[in-house]
Design a binder for this molecule. Structure first.
Ligand code: KG4
Ligand code: ZN
Length: 356
């Protein structure tokens, strides 16, 4: 199928719109980014130490029309009737006030242009972000497993077929990105803390700084595929309190000890999932934390244990939230189920939407 998709993402603190043209099959897509626009609100949320939902909503409302204008201009498409087949919009999971701004905007455009609006699960977007590697398109051999690691989610997902998922295990409390963000706050580093903590940890490695302490690996031995990061976060908090005023080197020790604990847990659970599902052909790591270089190296090393396994990461710029991945997931869903383009079902924001 040949599709032109205008996709919209507003689930958290990035406002994003993209226009994609996709030909071919789910196994072997040919993807062309016609235009791509993204506004990150991260700077605005910095002083709250996390994403503030009403502020996110207001910013999305302000930025969506500006971004649309830019994307259509870049694409050379007229604003009154651009050449697209349908619109795709994230309906969950995420912050509901933020999701609604994207849904309302998409619906208005759909009415104006007489095009269908297809709902997309944000996590499915993260999975299929790997289909576009720079300018190159790629396929993914199935069955696969995805390790999804973001600010709101930590889960292992079985990908049985295109559009067919089962959650194998997820966090019972905090998400891994959230833990990074909270530890960053303890070290007086601004939101989003993931990149800053991983930079400190990396400097510690380069400078051969060895932490004088280590942190617990919650649920590492639980025997199942569930995760927990809240105990780790608390352990870091107590340590930071006991350390008092910290110099730069001590901060690096904390960052490194924290990241080592995270990596140990993510590696152990990923390996366990692959042992349980030996016919797995691909292992995808996606979501904001997939931008982490140490995580990439750690998971890449699974190839030593599972020789025929393909380990796949998104291009760095598609690791964190964007609209391209939403268009890609819409392509997978519409290819599987073309009747989505006839559906008149009301779109609803669903903060806790699950993959199924
Ligand atoms: O997927 P994403 O952009 O938004 C959500 O859907 O949550 O993920 C954002 C999360 C934040 O918690 C951020 O701190 C984390 O991803 N993150 C990282 C890195 N880059 C982003 N965590 C660790 N290392 C990184 N390099
Ligand atoms: Zn995300």
């Amino acid at each position: 199928m040949d599709m032109r998709i205008l996709s919209i993402e507003t689930s958290c603190d990035e406002t994003a719109i993209a226009l994609l043209q996709i030909e071919g099959t789910s196994n072997s897509p040919q993807i062309k980014t016609i235009a791509n626009g993204l506004y990150s609100q991260a700077k605005l949320h910095e002083e709250f130490g996390g994403v503030f939902p009403t502020l996110a909503k207001r910013e999305h409302q302000k930025n969506l029309p500006i971004l649309l204008d830019k994307v259509l201009k870049d694409a050379g498409e007229p604003e009154d009737k651009p050449n697209i087949d349908f619109i795709a919009v994230t309906t969950g999971p995420g912050l509901e006030p933020a999701l609604w701004t994207g849904i309302t905007f998409a619906k208005e455009l759909g009415e104006r242009w007489e095009k269908r609006v297809v709902p997309v699960n944000h996590m499915e977007g993260h999975i299929w972000s790997v289909l576009l590697q720079g300018e190159e398109s790629r396929g993914v051999s199935l069955p696969g497993i995805a390790l999804l690691v973001s600010g709101g989610h930590t889960e292992l997902v079985s990908i049985k077929g295109f559009g067919e998922y089962e959650i194998l295990g997820q966090t019972v409390d905090d998400a891994v990105g959230e833990a990074y963000d909270k530890v960053a706050r303890m070290l007086d580093l601004p939101y989003p803390g993931g990149p800053k903590i991983s930079k400190l940890a990396n400097e510690a490695r380069i400078e051969n700084i060895v932490p004088e302490f280590s942190f617990p690996r919650p649920m590492k031995q639980s025997g199942d595929l569930r995760f927990s990061f809240s105990g780790l976060k608390t352990a870091v908090l107590y340590k930071v309190k006991s350390l008092g005023e910290m110099d730069e080197e001590t901060k690096k020790q904390v960052a490194l000890a924290f990241e080592e604990a995270v990596m140990d847990v993510l590696y152990t659970k990923s390996k366990m999932a692959l042992e349980r599902y030996p016919d797995t052909k691909s292992f995808i790591v996606a979501g904001g934390v997939a931008a982490n270089q140490k995580l990439r190296e750690t998971i890449e090393s699974l190839k030593k244990e599972f020789s025929d396994l393909e380990v796949i990461f998104p291009t760095q710029s598609l690791s964190t939230d964007n609209a391209i991945m939403i268009g890609l997931a819409a392509f997978i869903e519409v290819t599987k189920n073309p009747s989505l383009l006839e559906s008149t079902q009301e779109l609803v924001a669903s903060g806790n939407l699950k993959l199924s």
